[in-house]
Design a protein around this ligand. Structure first.
Ligand code: SF4
Length: 342
């Protein structure tokens, strides 16, 4: 429990839950082995009792009743709770916060796949409206390489079950996860998995190799070759190009993504999304580097900002310094800057 909150709050929430009531149902991640993930490393998973959680909901209601329209249930995989227990918690939440319209939870595919459609439908009836699944990649060897602990088959099964239950489904995709070795396979197989699930949302995030993670060690020892910003965009293009028959929303709501404007409802937005990507890929090499640098320095938000002279000036100066230095590339600088971003 933090000093400022009368109830317990976990460390993270998705960007789309910035204005949500946060409630901690379990602590940390029961899997905790994904090699790219820094979030819960060195923290042990633990369950909280239903009574403890209900007391937290009561405490939250005392200070926040009527203030929230959405809630996010932390931490990494609280769907692991017994369905009966989770139903009890959801019903209590609904009773104390009747104005809440959307309740979201994170879930691991391997855990969700173990629940039946009926169980998931019970959760839906008790008030669970949205589930975020970490698909990351649809390519088996990539999932194995990063120790995701789920196969593409489990991911597809979990996704389909959630859809059938009526819970809105968000699938997280990690751009760049295939590295140089598997970027094509990662892009194609991820598109295939998404096509067979047809989630309500695809949410893309760009891989950030964080110091202290096992993937960082692999990068340092040359066992993982990461992609540059431009290469990741090429990978994203291939994936989007292969999306067929999807009707969900493609969201790029993480600031780590180079092209956050690549988003929209599928299938209609697909052409525009590819055009935006091609606009970036068609830039002169120096303009691409300028844009990448400007994004990582939080000066540019979208490609149109390249035409904004006042924004450009500062980034031009940094780029000129990198060029004059000669020892460092823009890619190395942006990689370093990304390491500092949240
Ligand atoms: S399941 Fe999620 S929270 Fe747990 S280690 Fe993997 S990415 Fe991190």
């Amino acid at each position: 429990m933090s000093m400022s909150s009368p109830y317990e709050i976990g460390p993270i929430r998705p960007p789309s839950e910035a204005r949500s009531l946060l409630l901690r149902l379990t602590r940390n991640c029961p899997w905790n082995r994904c090699e790219f993930c820094p979030v819960y490393k060195n923290r042990k998973f633990s369950r909280r009792s239903v009574d403890e959680i209900k007391r937290d909901i009561d405490a939250a209601a005392q200070v926040h009743a009527g203030m929230f329209k959405t809630a996010f249930l932390q931490d990494a995989n609280s769907i692991v709770m017994k369905t009966d227990d989770l139903v009890e918690v959801l019903e209590h939440l609904g009773a104390r916060f009747p104005e809440i319209e959307r309740v979201t939870i994170y879930g691991r595919a391997a855990t969700v796949a173990r629940k039946s459609v009926e169980e998931l439908a019970r959760l839906r009836e008790a008030g669970l409206t949205r589930l975020h699944l970490g698909l990351e990649s649809g390519y088996g060897p990539v999932l194995e390489y990063v120790k995701k602990g789920a196969t593409p088959e489990q991911i597809i099964e979990a996704g389909r079950k959630v859809k059938q239950s009526g819970i809105s489904l968000s699938e997280y995709v990690l751009l760049g996860l295939g590295g140089r070795k598997w970027w094509r396979e990662h892009a194609r197989a991820t598109a295939e998995a998404l096509n067979s699930i047809d989630p309500d949302y695809v949410r893309v995030r760009t891989l950030r190799v964080v110091r202290g993670t096992p993937l960082w060690d692999k990068l340092q020892s040359g066992r993982f070759a990461r992609l540059s910003d431009e290469e990741i965009v090429r990978e994203e293009r291939l994936m989007i190009d292969r999306l067929e028959g999807m009707s969900g929303y493609f969201a790029s709501d993480h600031s780590l993504n180079l092209l956050m404007q690549v988003r929209g409802r599928l299938p209609d937005a697909k052409e525009d999304m590819l055009k935006t990507i091609d606009r970036y890929l068609g830039l002169a090499e120096r303009e691409k580097r300028l844009f990448e640098l400007g994004r990582r320095l939080h000066v540019f938000h979208n490609l149109a900002d390249l035409r904004d002279e006042s924004r450009r000036a500062g980034v031009e100066q940094v780029l000129a310094e990198i060029e004059a230095d000669g020892d460092t590339s823009v890619d190395e600088v942006t990689f370093e800057l990304m390491g500092r971003m949240l």
